[in-house]
Structure formats: C-alpha cells, structure tokens
Design a protein around this ligand. Structure first.
Ligand SMILES: Nc1ncnc2c1ncn2[C@@H]1O[C@H](COP(=O)(O)OP(=O)(O)OP(=O)(O)O)[C@@H](O)[C@H]1O
Ligand SMILES: [Mg+2]
Length: 420
C-alpha cells in the first residue's frame, strides 16, 4: 500500500483492488458520480465543480476538455487519489466515497492507466504486469499464466522477460495497459494514456484499446483533451470547462448538435456567423446573416429545441466540411446578398492543400469563412463562389448570443472562424 500511494503521486500505479472487493451488478449503472466538488487547499476556485454523471456497464465514456478544466482531478477523485470536498462516488450499491465514507485507493475496483506510465525499471515486464496479482496473493503459477494472457492481449508476450527500460514508448504503454487489466477489473480509468505517443502509434493504440475494452466488456472512463480520440473511442463524451460539465452525449451528437459555441469549437473546426431569425418553421429557422458591413446572405438553420422566435439575434455554426461550394457565380451575385435565400456568395481568398483535404478561405462581405473540401475542383483564388449548407448542418446557437447589443447585429463582428 505504501508503494501504491507513493507511485500514485507520480501519476501511475497499479490498481490494488482488495480480493474482497465486490464486483458491481452485471447490468445498469456501474459508476455513479454525484455532485463532486474539489477545492484544492489554498485555492479559491473549485478544480471540479458539482460534477455528476453515471456510467453504464460496458460503456466507454470520455471526459474531454481543455487543459486545466478538471479532467484529471475528476479521475483522481474517482480513483481515490484525491478526496473530494463534497459529493459522492458509488460503484453499483457500494458507496466508495460519501460525506461519511471513504474507501482507500487500494480497495477500489479499478484498473488504472495514466499518462506517465511509470513501469518499475527494476522489474521485468512480466513482474510489472504481475504486480497487482502478487499484491492479491495469487499463486505464482497462476500469476505467470494470467500475466502471459494479459501480455498477449496487447501483443507483448515476446517481451515478458525484458526490462521496461529497453522498450519503446508505445511498448511501455501496452505493458501499462496489460498491468491495468491483468486482474480483470470491471472499471478502467485512463488519463491521457496515449499522449506520449506519435500520431501513427496513437491511432493504432486507439483501435487496440477499443477492441480490448469491448472484448473484455470493461467499463471505461477515459480522460483526454483530444476530441478525435474521444470521438473514436467513446460511446459517450462528457465535455468539461472550468471544472464543470458543459455537454454530454454521443460523439456525433455533441459534434453535430452542440448547444454552445465553446462546445462547438472544442469539438472541431467551426465557423460562427451572427444573424437574426426571420422565420421559424418546424424547428428550422431562416436566418439573415450579418457581417461587419451589413447583410451577407441567408441560411436555413436547425435549432436545438424549439426555443427560437422570429427576430431573435443568434449565432450560427457551420462546420468547414459541411459547406458546399458552387463556382460559375454571376459577378453581380456578390452585391445582392441580401436577396439571396439559402446561400452566401464570396470571393475565394486562399486555397491550401492540407494532404487529407483542401482548406479554402472565402471572403463573404468582408468576413472570412473556412471551407474544407475533399477536392479542389475549379476553385481558384479570386473566383466567386456560392456557399450552401444543408439546414441540418447549420446549427443555431442561442445561448451564445452576445449580451446586449443595442446597435444591432452588425456591431457583433460578423463571422469568426476557429479552426482547431
Ligand atoms: N494539487 C493541486 N493543488 C492545487 N491546484 C491543483 C492541483 N491539481 C490541479 N490543480 C488545479 O486544478 C485545475 C484542474 O486541474 P486538472 O489537473 O484536473 O486539469 P486537467 O483538465 O486534467 O488538465 P490537463 O489537460 O492539462 O491535464 C487546474 O487549474 C490546476 O491548476
Ligand atoms: Mg490532466
């Protein structure tokens, strides 16, 4: 236990679940986090602020958010490496942490993988992986069997007797994963386990990790600041900002139907345009869009819920990859944007080849719009293009309306683009 606690502060430790630990029920909610708050000593702002979520049996959930938003604090609190200021943690019916209950880290039913995998250099790979079993007093013969099975799951069985100091970063990470799963915990906690790896290896490990989690039917809580990783791995993503949960849903839902500008831009490249709702029919609104110099056109947009009314000022989200560009636009189309329904007209300002796609910047009435296209087509710098977007890909964001803008939407600054 001494060793476990010391290594925990290094960010990596094997889980030492007590042999008596009760596995949670086979169905339903496995992990229940309720109103968790953490105020570190000497600080005035909670690092984790009223965080609540449930994780179901076999579910892969990611905590996603920018640096410092409280992801690691949340995971460490679940693991028992940090004590919450208030709130509770339950696994099935088992109260791990409440106002008057506290289960120490080594008794919690988790396997853990942290960013700095910190394998013990004085032990072989097999000894590292076997440690959680040894701590549970599993017999030597059984330890060897189970270690070899865990190593085989991460394709590392040929390295059992090697020192971890003679492994690459990716291999070390595989060993750390083998160590986390060797005692078959029902719940895996992973904190940015792939962040030390290069892009190719990350992609491969992402697939391996997902396959492993599904094969072993483990429940997983995964911390990352990488939205691609979160989307690729998760059944559900929970987006955090400044200690709080700001969005939750399937990766596709949060990406395509974000309810705030923060979530939209954190999930991927985004254009935001200011506008005014003209008409609303069946949850879709016709929005007159404004740039710094006046109306730049109209798009039909889909709103979350039905809380949009004519004359509302709003922000509209358009993802670069959802834009269709049409060339052969009449030269006078650019000047009569105010009469255009369903479309914007602009001049191509730049065309950049990014390898997997083209990035095209279009100047629409003085505002810049970023467009991603698989093919360049006939788009040239200087040419006029018409921009259309299917209404289901134009999201109306109400809660990010700029506060009081008495001089009208034109003063709101028009289009802003964030390409993450
Ligand atoms: N031991 C500590 N004492 C005081 N403040 C802390 C401590 N650990 C973290 N914090 C603060 O709490 C906030 C959340 O930190 P946390 O490590 O949970 O963020 P994170 O989302 O994991 O960030 P990153 O993506 O950079 O790892 C930060 O403002 C951080 O400075
Ligand atoms: Mg962190």
């Amino acid at each position: 236990m001494e060793t476990a606690t010391r290594n925990a502060t290094d960010g990596a430790m094997p889980s030492l679940t007590a042999p008596t630990a009760q596995a949670p029920g086979a169905t339903g909610r496995v992990l229940s986090i309720s109103h968790l708050t953490k105020l570190y000593p000497g600080t005035t702002t909670p690092a984790m602020d009223d965080v609540s979520f449930d994780v179901s049996d076999g579910e892969f959930v990611s905590l996603l958010g920018p640096s410092g938003c409280g992801k690691t604090t949340t995971l460490k609190t679940i693991a028992g490496l940090e004590r919450p200021t208030s709130g509770s943690i339950r696994v099935g019916d088992w109260a791990l942490s409440t106002d008057d209950q506290w289960t120490p880290v080594h008794r919690r039913p988790f396997g853990m993988v942290f960013q700095s995998y910190a394998l013990w250099p004085h032990m072989t790979v097999a000894q590292n992986v076997g440690y959680p079993l040894k701590a549970r007093r599993v017999s030597k013969g059984e330890i060897r069997d189970r270690v070899m099975r865990a190593l085989a799951r991460v394709q590392m069985e040929d390295f059992a007797d090697r020192s971890p100091t003679r492994l690459s970063g990716g291999q070390q990470q595989r060993v750390a994963i083998a160590r986390a799963i060797v005692h078959e915990p029902r719940i895996l906690l992973l904190d940015e386990p792939l962040s030390n790896l290069d892009a190719g290896l990350r992609r491969q490990m992402r697939l391996d990790l997902r396959r492993l989690q599904q094969e072993l039917q483990m429940t997983a809580v995964y911390v990352t600041h990488d939205q691609v990783e979160a989307c690729a791995l998760s059944d559900r993503v929970i987006v955090m900002n400044a200690g709080r949960i700001v969005a939750e849903g399937s990766p596709q839902d949060v990406y395509e139907r974000p309810r705030s500008e923060f979530v939209a831009s954190f999930m991927g490249a985004a254009n935001f345009l200011d506008g005014r709702v003209e008409r609303v029919t069946d949850g879709s609104g016709e929005v007159e869009l404004h740039g710094a110099h006046g109306t730049i056109g109209r798009l039909r947009a889909t709103a979350p819920g039905d809380d949009v009314a004519p004359d509302d000022t709003c922000r509209v989200l358009v993802r670069p990859e959802h834009v269709a560009l049409q060339v052969d636009v009449e030269p006078d189309a650019a000047t009569n944007g105010s009469r255009d329904v369903d479309g914007l007209v602009g001049a191509v300002e730049s065309v950049t080849f990014l390898g997997e796609q083209w990035e095209i910047t279009v100047d629409v009435g003085g505002e810049k719009l970023t467009v991603h296209a698989q093919q360049r087509g006939l788009v040239d710098v200087g040419s006029l293009v018409r921009i259309t977007v299917l209404p289901q890909f134009v999201r109306l964001l109400r809660e990010n309306r700029p506060p009081a803008q008495p001089s009208g939407p034109q003063s709101q600054g028009g289009v802003s683009t964030k390409v993450a």
